[in-house]
Design a protein around this ligand. Sequence first.
Ligand SMILES: Cc1cc2nc3c(=O)[nH]c(=O)nc-3n(C[C@H](O)[C@H](O)[C@H](O)COP(=O)(O)O)c2cc1C
Length: 148
Amino acid sequence: MPISRLLYTSRSCLVPAELTVEQQASNIAARAAIRNKEVGITGVLVFVEDHFIQLIEGEGPVVEDVFERICCDFDHAQVRLVDLVGVKDRMFDRWHMAELSGSENAGSPLDEELQHIRFLMGVNARVAVEKMHECLLECEANGLLSPA
Ligand SMILES: Cc1cc2nc3c(=O)[nH]c(=O)nc-3n(C[C@H](O)[C@H](O)[C@H](O)COP(=O)(O)O)c2cc1C
């Protein structure tokens, strides 16, 4: 079955509590990874400047089903579908939902990369996806990726 790749952005509604918003975003990705594994979804969740950028890929009907659920989630708002394409191969096949999040203290090299990705989303989403993939591989090589 062909693979669908869906890309969207949203504004986070997370508020700091016992957990920072970054920790809450990590938990969302970790829980998502467990569910996604069961239904064959792969992808990445970026959390930057109180916004989410998420890419999900999998069988078309499954992607649609997961996205419908995500859209109804009150942890974010202003969900904006950026791209939905059919692809031959998965690009994020190693991750059921990897997470890329800036540090709580802004200004790290990763923060800058994520801000650049956010900027690219408004200019050329396909290039932004390439950058997300590069950034994941870099983080993985540097041991900066959580196990999601
Ligand atoms: C930014 C964001 C990304 C999410 N990504 C996923 C995901 O990839 N897969 C998933 O199953 N749920 C994801 N969720 C959680 C779903 O929105 C939903 O809360 C969860 O699937 C439980 O749905 P249910 O209460 O209808 O069972 C995400 C939530 C947010 C806020």
